[in-house]
Design a protein around this ligand. Structure first.
Ligand SMILES: [Zn+2]
Length: 296
């Protein structure tokens, strides 16, 4: 009995120190200044639950207020709000969601109901299926949607939103700031790894390379690419990622044509010529492409 009590006390102490560590870690969201009126809130690399706060967030400060591109994970609300306040005293007036996932939409409800929330129309449909936007939270669903393109603001405050087709989901917006020559890609280009293809939300590994090739052909004058979950990159990195997704699809089709299982295909596809890439998402990506091809 005494031993049980000691053990119980140890577990309590252990749990306490874990939660203190989590609290301390939750202070981590890094602010990266790109220009006087545009910042990126990082700490966006998945894998470590103590520091992963959700996708990269763009903070664009205009005369009329602050435009946020994405809003990280719900559990990081206060730290996220503090970080936004650390770069501007202006109120948030608009939120652009690049896509539906909770690590990009988690704090849409933290800035009041007068904030204009903008997303591609399929993303609004996908968000409406999430528990986070049901019941009285439905007021935080996007009020303004677009199909292919939408421009908000003008002059140096202009923002161009683009939808190029299915990829990570069926509602991925790319967000371009012409005056800054910055493009936020959302999770269409999350990091240098095999793409995550969310078929339940309309994602497509077959369409992925075409979607990215439209992006590469359409958007001009980009110096800085802000990916969904990795440090800032260059335009050439996005061009390379388009080639990566095309090669991945080709290799999967070849392996499938040769009768390989999805697992065998994933094990055999190396993508070695792409330097600096990891393959953590390879198995899931290959499986998703197999599922999509098998469903045809
Ligand atoms: Zn995502």
């Amino acid at each position: 009995m005494k031993r049980m009590l000691v053990l119980g006390a140890l577990i309590v102490v252990g749990a306490l120190s874990i939660s203190i560590a989590a609290q301390q870690a939750k202070q981590v969201i890094d602010v990266q200044k790109v220009s006087d009126n545009y910042y990126v809130l990082t700490s966006s690399t998945p894998g470590n639950d103590a520091t992963f706060s959700g996708g990269n967030v763009g903070v664009f400060i205009t005369n009329g207020g602050v435009v946020l591109v994405d809003t990280k994970l719900a559990g990081w609300g206060q730290t996220f709000l503090d970080r936004v306040k650390s770069v501007t005293t202006k109120p948030v007036t608009m939120i652009i969601n690049t896509h539906t996932h909770g690590d990009h939409t988690g704090n849409d409800d933290k800035f009041g109901t007068s904030v204009e929330i903008v997303a591609q129309e399929n993303t609004k449909t996908n968000m409406a299926k999430m528990d986070a936007f049901k019941g009285d939270k439905a007021v935080f669903l996007p009020k303004r949607t677009f199909k292919d393109t939408l421009t908000v603001g003008s002059g140096s405050e202009r923002i161009d939103l683009y939808y190029f087709g299915a990829g990570h989901t069926n509602g991925d917006a790319m967000v371009y700031f012409p005056a800054l020559r910055v493009l936020q890609t959302g999770d269409l280009f999350a990091r240098k790894d095999a793409p995550r293809i969310d078929r339940a939300n309309g994602g497509s590994g077959v369409a992925y390379p075409q979607t990215l090739s439209k992006a590469v052909a359409t958007v001009k004058n980009v110096d800085i690419v802000v990916p969904g979950h990795a440090p800032l990159m260059k335009w050439s990195d996005l061009q390379e990622y388009q080639r990566y997704t095309a090669d991945l699809l080709k290799d999967v089709q070849t392996a499938r044509g040769a009768g390989k299982t999805a697992d065998a295909a994933a094990a055999s596809i190396t993508m070695d010529k792409y330097k600096g890439y990891t393959s953590e998402g390879m198995k899931l990506a290959v499986q998703a492409i197999y599922d999509e091809l098998n469903a045809r």
